[in-house]
Design a protein around this ligand. Structure first.
Ligand SMILES: Cc1ncc(COP(=O)(O)O)c(C=O)c1O
Length: 354
């Protein structure tokens, strides 16, 4: 703390990202990066980028990328806004729609831990809706909340997803409140709500290239919504940073989203590996939630998530756990390559013997 810190600054409690180990010997299954390399077409588009595009400012509206995203999602370009990672889009959404209303947004109690950080940053409270006992989202409770709602689908860190009919019921329930669906983990089995955006102007979907397109290092995210919501988000963007997405990122992400073959094949591999990981963990005595994301949440009757994480770290394997009461039993493991998963399962098997 410093005497020059503002009241807002003193009030903040920043998000702590998962450890980013630089050592290449480490098996990194802690921050849900995609297990495979990104689309080769995207990589070579980046390599071929004309240096003139680096000398100049990038297109502030990321037009080519916006059009490619619109085409891939069967929507029109004015229903898309591209940002520097989906975290930035979520922050814009908080500023645009969730901060100065007298209605506090509701989120599931077990959810993305960045939401409470934005709620503090933008001076608005947050209503946490308890989970069902099976850790699924209590949609009825969200439905009866008199204010905006925000939740990931599939949810993080549970990996559980909601069916489209339930989401539509929630969106249709009250046209005067925003429903923000964070689809950071789309592409691994859950049904997207994108088909609803033409019908409901209170629905905002946020997406990321970090997980589904194996481009976490690129920092590209986007929003899909009715053109009026997109215009609102654009106004925030242009009041904050007109060029959030650099020329390299626009070029690589445009090639990545256009490579539907890579997307289909690599998503199929992740689903296959997830099935193997789930089976291996179950065989070792873990209880594993049915995930539609590129990670699984597992618990063991005799060991906390923190204990499992600490042991695996001694074996150069990183996974994620939490010390908060409701998450204490759980360990979250990113779906890896088959080799990485074999190492993980063999280390866990040794641990459980000891
Ligand atoms: C639920 C959820 N939403 C959003 C994000 C942010 O993703 P991005 O890398 O696009 O900022 C994450 C990242 O882990 C996440 O888990």
């Amino acid at each position: 703390m410093h005497r020059l810190w503002s009241d807002t600054l003193q009030r903040l409690s920043p998000y702590t990202p998962g450890e980013q180990a630089q050592n290449s010997d480490i098996i990194k299954l802690n921050t849900n990066e995609h297990a495979l390399a990104p689309s080769p077409g995207a990589v070579s588009a980046g390599e071929d980028l004309d240096v003139e595009r680096l000398r100049r400012y990038p297109d502030p509206a990321s037009r080519l990328l916006t059009e490619a995203i619109a085409k891939a999602n069967n929507v029109s370009p004015d229903q898309v806004l591209v940002t520097n990672g989906s975290d930035e889009l979520l922050a814009f959404a908080w500023m645009a729609f969730l901060s100065d209303t007298d209605k506090v947004p509701a989120v599931p109690a077990m959810s993305y831990t960045f939401y409470p950080v934005w709620a503090r940053l933008f001076g608005q409270g947050l209503h946490e809706v308890p989970m069902h006992s099976d850790l699924s989202i209590d949609v009825e409770a969200l439905m009866s909340w008199d204010g905006p709602v925000v939740f990931p689908n599939p949810n993080a860190p549970t990996g559980l997803s909601l069916p489209l009919e339930m989401i539509e019921e929630l969106v249709a329930h009250d046209a005067n409140r925003l429903v923000l669906i964070d689809e950071a983990y789309f592409g691994f089995g859950a049904t997207s709500a994108v088909s609803l955006i033409n019908q409901y102007d209170n629905l905002l979907i946020t997406r990321s290239f970090s997980k589904s397109h194996a481009l976490a290092g690129l920092r590209v995210g986007y929003g899909l919504a009715n053109a009026n919501l997109v215009e609102g988000l654009s106004r925030v963007k242009d009041s904050f940073n007109s060029y959030p997405v650099d020329a390299y990122a626009q070029c690589v992400a445009t090639a990545a989203i256009s490579d539907s073959v890579w997307f289909a094949e690599s998503s199929a591999t992740i689903k296959e590996n997830r099935t193997e990981l789930t089976a291996g963990l179950t065989q070792l005595g873990f209880y594993v939630l049915t995930s539609q994301a590129n990670f699984v949440l597992a618990s063991h009757p005799e060991h906390t998530g923190v204990a499992v994480t600490e042991y695996l770290k001694t074996q150069n394997i990183l996974v994620r756990s939490w010390s908060s009461y409701d998450l204490l039993p759980w360990v979250r493991i990113t779906v890896g390559t088959k080799d990485q998963q074999a190492c993980l399962l063999s280390a866990l098997s040794e641990y459980l013997k000891g």
